[in-house]
Design a protein around this ligand. Structure first.
Ligand code: ZN
Length: 253
């Protein structure tokens, strides 16, 4: 099943995508998916980020080859940081390059949205708390990241979290997904979630032993190698097999 959020008469709602149609839901799809009237073509729907996060939890250096390209040691435990919920950008949105940075980079990632309250869950049960998977670009001001010890500013600018276009709820194995990021049609990042150091289940369990995860919370799982710069006018696509393609553009401030 594909779940999305969309704007209906100016009001944000959850929806379910069936074929080329989107049908709004009565409420958040955590316990049930209850459709209401007002189905519309997916092509004309105004999609929103497919999450309602109290927090956006991100994981650094979760692919060996990316750690190597950054010249960093492999982490012994997941390296967590937070992105501001205000950095969320809907599918088709525009990342605005802040004047404070001269090097903003893309990081295509597999992300997931929590569907049940998760506190201190075991790895073997962790995937039961995931409502669905989506694509995310963990946009990063690399020059700022390199000069500061914490990532709050480098990763937290408005528009630095494009996510979507929807949640895919039926992923048989989240550790077997090809992932690719293209800029203006050119492949920049190409990898597989099979190469993650810590699996999705291990990450959800680990994070839930630090902070309670709530339905709607967003977790992004790290980027494969090939990160590189974004420039005004760029058109970016993050594609994950079995999920879909997240698109966004880039503009100067
Ligand atoms: Zn990242």
């Amino acid at each position: 099943m594909r779940l999305c959020r969309l704007e209906v008469a100016g009001v944000p709602r959850w929806g379910v995508i069936e074929g080329e149609l989107v049908t709004p839901l009565a409420a958040s799809p955590w316990d049930e998916v209850r459709k209401i009237a007002g189905a519309m073509p997916l092509a004309t729907a105004k999609l929103l980020p497919p999450c309602e996060p109290t927090k956006v939890v991100a994981v650094g250096l979760n692919y060996r080859a990316h750690a190597a390209e950054m010249g960093k040691e492999l982490p012994e435990e997941p390296l967590l940081f937070l992105k501001a919920p205000s950095s969320l950008l809907p599918p088709g949105g525009t990342v605005v390059l802040p004047r404070q940075s001269s090097r903003v980079e893309h990081e295509g990632e597999l992300a997931l949205v929590i569907g049940r309250i998760a506190s201190r869950v075991n790895v073997s049960h962790a995937l039961e708390y995931v409502r669905g998977f989506t694509c995310l670009d963990d946009v990063t001001a690399r020059d700022i990241q390199h000069k500061e010890k914490v990532y709050a500013r480098a990763k937290g600018f408005d528009t630095f979290c494009p996510v979507g276009p929807w949640l895919e709820t039926e992923i048989a194995d989240p550790q077997a997904l090809p992932i690719e990021l293209r800029v203006n049609g050119e492949v920049r990042q190409k990898g597989s979630t099979a190469d993650m150091i810590f699996s999705v289940a291990e990450l959800v369990a680990f994070i839930s032993h630090v902070m309670t995860l709530f339905p709607g919370d967003l977790i992004t799982t790290g980027t494969p190698p090939g990160v590189g710069p974004l420039r005004p006018g760029d058109s970016v696509e993050v594609e994950i097999a079995g999920i879909g393609v997240l698109r966004h553009t880039v503009s100067a401030a």
